[in-house]
Design a protein around this ligand. Structure first.
Ligand code: IFM
Length: 462
């Protein structure tokens, strides 16, 4: 690991950083996030089973650069150093996920002790450094053995998942700061089962909607089971959300935007918080709507201790526009996603107006840029602007009464960005994949100084 002093003044004046920090209450949680398949590597080590992403990556053309998470950031073997790195940054919260096939290789039956040992060591070391572990149970890496039986299209997978959740709760529930059941069910359902661009690469709207229902049901059952088994840590779920803006005022574009709002936001928020699916989406889906057995929606609607929101951009919807198409002349990140911080405030105020929300955690926010390591330094001013403007947008929502309690930068490390492979870098820490060296980007130094300012600490002197 390479450490380097840096002057934040060149990136953002210290008084501006301090003013931003001063907009948040003491006790607000600031962290960084990763997920298992994206960073761990060690895909065939210590008894880990295959996941649907291992298989998907083997399909020719599935991943832009032909890569996989086989090695990723080798975090499995470097977790201690990565935790030391977080401690150096004075980060006090870390959101990560458990790889289900690492702890239960076939998704049912035997548990893998070595897999659990890894997470127990991770959690204990985080705690020793004063870093609160926030766990996600499912960040997309379904055990492949379950996919061969139909994966999330099968109701049985819901029950296998609940068994897994109970076991994680039993082993780690007393030591972690929160547990989220799922990360971004919309992505799992729609990119994994309708578009087919993510694992398991299925292309069927009907399958996708059934999967979304099973994911929500598994969330509800897992919450019930975790609570019944005595887990007391805050429990919730993480949704990817964006305000949906019509591309124009035309009747068609307005209708498309309303439908996308239903498919992306209300399809998840309504069952979770109101116990029903939105009527307009049900009638749009027709025969593709899932058959919902009596009682399921009641199960889905469990009290939430928190709701995680992953925010990156707004969506522009219309009959002639693709989702995420940026407006003309707008700044975009390396993902082609428009930089639109005001959308975070708008989204939070809208959700707060429409639902009786639990405390909100911003579980992901960040940006990919074509970072370059030049003379040992990554000058990612654009990422600092992105992060600070979104933190300011979150402060605006807070000032307007939304109960936001936590914020996690996506991501601690550059990592495996799914179908984009390693071609997109989201980290505040640069990973040199040739030798697995970690190099703090300027944004990491800025975040460290921002965190110090939130604690009222004096700015680091260089
Ligand atoms: O890398 C992903 C993460 O796994 C889920 N949310 C969006 C991130 C950036 O695409």
């Amino acid at each position: 690991m390479q450490r380097r002093p840096a002057t934040t003044a060149a990136m953002m004046p210290a008084d501006e950083t301090a003013r931003l920090a001063g907009r948040f209450p003491a006790g607000f949680t600031w962290g960084v996030a990763t997920s298992a398949y994206q960073v761990e590597g060690a895909a065939r080590v210590d008894g880990r089973g295959d996941s649907i992403w291992d298989e998907f990556c083997r399909r020719p053309g599935a991943i832009r650069d032909g890569s996989s998470g086989d090695e990723a950031c080798d975090h499995y073997h470097r977790a201690e150093a990565d935790i030391d790195l977080m401690a150096d940054l004075d980060v006090r919260a870390y959101r990560c996920s458990i790889s289900w096939p690492r702890v239960q290789p076939l998704g049912s039956g035997a548990w893998n002790r070595k897999g659990f040992d890894f997470y127990e060591r991770l959690v204990d070391r985080l705690l020793r450094h004063g870093i609160a572990p926030h766990l996600t149970l499912y960040h997309w890496d379904l055990p492949l053995a379950l996919q061969s039986k139909g994966g999330w299209t099968q109701r049985d997978t819901v029950h296998r998942y609940v068994d897994y959740a109970i076991e994680v709760g039993r082993r780690l529930g007393d030591r972690v700061a929160s547990i989220a059941t799922h990360n971004e069910p919309w992505v799992i359902a729609m990119l994994g089962h309708e578009a087919g661009t993510f694992a398991p690469g299925v292309r069927s709207r009907r399958a996708a909607m059934l999967v979304s229902h099973h994911l929500l049901l598994s969330h509800g059952l897992a919450l019930q089971a975790l609570r019944a088994s005595g887990v007391r840590t805050p429990l919730g779920i993480v949704l990817n959300q964006s305000p949906i803006h019509p591309a124009s005022d035309s009747v068609e574009d307005l209708a498309r935007a309303r439908l996308d709002d239903g498919l992306i936001i209300r399809w998840y928020m309504d069952p979770l918080l109101l116990g029903r699916y939105p009527d307009d989406v049900l009638s749009f889906l027709g025969a593709d709507a899932p058959q919902v057995p009596a009682g399921d929606l009641e199960t889905v609607r469990q009290p939430l201790d928190f709701l995680g929101i992953n925010y990156y951009t707004r969506n522009v919807s219309g009959t002639g526009e693709a989702l995420n198409a940026p407006g003309p002349g707008r700044e975009v990140t390396d993902m082609g996603w428009e930089v639109f911080p005001a959308g975070l405030t708008e989204l939070l105020l809208r959700l707060d107006a429409d639902y009786a929300l639990p405390p909100i955690y911003i579980t992901e926010n960040g940006a990919a840029y074509p970072d370059q390591l030049i003379a040992g330094r990554v000058r990612d001013e654009a990422r600092i602007r992105y992060l600070s403007s979104h933190i300011a947008a979150m402060a605006d929502a807070l000032a307007n009464g939304v109960d936001v309690r936590a914020y996690f930068v996506w991501s601690l490390l550059d990592n495996f960005e799914w179908a984009d492979g390693y071609s997109r870098r989201f980290g505040i820490v640069y990973v040199d994949y040739a030798n697995q060296q970690r190099i703090l980007k300027d944004s990491a130094i800025w975040y460290r100084d921002f965190l110090a300012a939130t604690r009222g600490a004096r700015q680091h002197k260089h």
